[in-house]
Write a protein that binds this ligand. Structure first.
Ligand SMILES: O=c1ccn([C@@H]2O[C@H](COP(=O)(O)O)[C@@H](O)[C@H]2O)c(=O)[nH]1
Length: 290
C-alpha cells in the first residue's frame, strides 16, 4: 500500500487512477481564449474569465476525471484574472473534480520552492491537485516541487514530449554523457520517483497525443514510468482516438487525454458542453481502455 502523505490526502496518482476508473480518462482544459470568450458572449476581462471557468466547472464538475485550467489565460488579466482562477479552482475542488494547474513552472531550485508553495501547498489559494512543470533547467531543479507534492498528496506533470511541432529540437536531442535523448532521461527520472507506487505514481509526464512514433524514436519508455501521462493535443491540435492508441501503445492505461478547445467550442450552453465532454471522454476510453 502506498503511504498516505502527511496532509492525510491519498497520493495524487492513486486519486487520479480512481477518478479515471469512475469517470473515464478525460481532462477538460479550461482555456479562456479571447476568441472563445467572444463566441460565448463574454467580455475579455476578469468577469468574463470567471464566468467562463465556472460554466465549464458547472458542465463537467463531478463528470470527468480532471479539469486543467491554463494559467496563462487568467494571468493575461493580472491580479483580477488570478483571482478568477482561484475561484475556478475552488469550484472544481468543491465539485470533487481533480484540478491540474497548467502553469508549466520551472526555475532554479530556490525559486522553484516558491512556485511549489504557490501551487502545491495546503492553504494556498492557487493550490491544485497537480501542476505542470518544465524540467529544462535540469530535472533536479524540480526537487522542491517533488518534495512538496509528495508531502501533500499532490502530483506533477513533467514536460517530456510536448504536443507542439517545435519540441523535438530540445526533447529529441542526445545528452553528451549518456547519449540518451533528453526525453528518455526525463522519463527515467520520473520512473525512479514512482518506483515505490503500487497503483499509479504521482510524478507524471506530459506527452502529446500528436507526437506519432516519437516515444519509440527517442527511446522513451512510457510504460516504465509507472505514473500518469497527460496527453494534450486531442481535438483542436488534430489528435483523436486513433492517435491516442498509436502514441501510447502498452502505456495507454496510464493516459489522461486532454482536450480544451475541442470541448469548449461547444459552449456556452452547459448541456452542450457536457455532451461534448461526454463524447470526448467516451472516445478516449474506447481508444485507451478498449
Ligand atoms: O505539450 C503540451 C503541453 C500543454 N499543452 C496545453 O494544453 C492545452 C491544449 O489546448 P487545445 O485547445 O486542446 O489545443 C493548452 O492549454 C496548452 O497550453 C499543449 O497543448 N501541449
Amino acid at each position: 500500500m502506498t503511504a498516505a502523505p502527511a496532509a492525510g490526502r491519498a497520493p495524487f496518482g492513486a486519486r487520479l487512477a480512481a477518478a479515471m476508473d469512475d469517470h473515464g480518462p478525460l481532462c477538460v482544459g479550461i482555456d479562456p481564449h479571447a476568441g472563445l470568450l467572444d463566441a460565448w458572449g463574454l467580455t475579455d476581462d476578469a468577469a468574463g474569465l470567471r464566468e467562463f471557468g465556472l460554466r465549464v466547472v458547472e458542465a463537467v464538475g463531478g463528470r470527468v476525471a480532471a479539469v486543467k485550467p491554463q494559467a496563462a489565460f487568467f494571468e493575461r488579466h493580472g491580479s483580477r484574472g488570478v483571482a478568477a482562477l482561484e475561484e475556478v479552482v475552488a469550484a472544481a475542488t468543491a465539485a470533487g473534480t481533480l484540478v491540474v494547474m497548467d502553469a508549466k513552472r520551472g526555475d532554479i531550485g530556490s525559486t522553484m520552492s516558491a512556485y511549489a508553495e504557490a501551487f502545491l501547498r495546503d492553504g494556498s489559494p492557487l493550490a491544485a491537485d497537480a501542476l505542470t512543470v518544465s524540467p529544462y533547467l535540469g530535472f533536479g531543479s524540480l526537487d522542491p516541487a517533488v518534495e512538496l507534492a509528495r508531502a501533500t498528496g499532490r502530483g506533477l506533470f513533467v514536460l517530456c514530449l510536448t504536443s507542439n511541432p517545435e519540441g523535438h529540437e530540445v526533447q529529441h536531442a542526445r545528452t553528451l554523457d549518456a547519449g540518451a535523448t533528453v526525453a528518455a532521461r526525463m522519463a527515467a527520472h520520473a520512473a525512479a520517483l514512482n518506483a515505490d507506487a503500487e497503483t499509479l505514481g504521482s510524478i507524471g509526464l506530459v506527452v502529446g497525443a500528436t507526437i506519432g512514433d516519437a516515444a519509440a524514436r527517442t527511446g522513451t519508455d512510457l510504460a516504465a514510468v509507472n505514473g500518469p501521462l497527460l496527453a494534450p493535443g486531442v481535438g483542436a491540435q488534430g489528435a483523436g482516438a486513433r492517435e491516442l492508441a498509436e502514441v501510447f501503445g502498452t502505456a495507454r492505461r496510464q493516459v489522461l487525454a486532454s482536450s480544451s478547445r475541442g470541448v469548449l467550442r461547444a459552449g456556452p450552453d452547459v448541456a452542450a458542453l457536457r455532451s461534448a465532454a461526454r463524447t470526448a471522454s467516451d472516445e478516449a476510453a474506447a481508444a485507451l481502455r478498449g
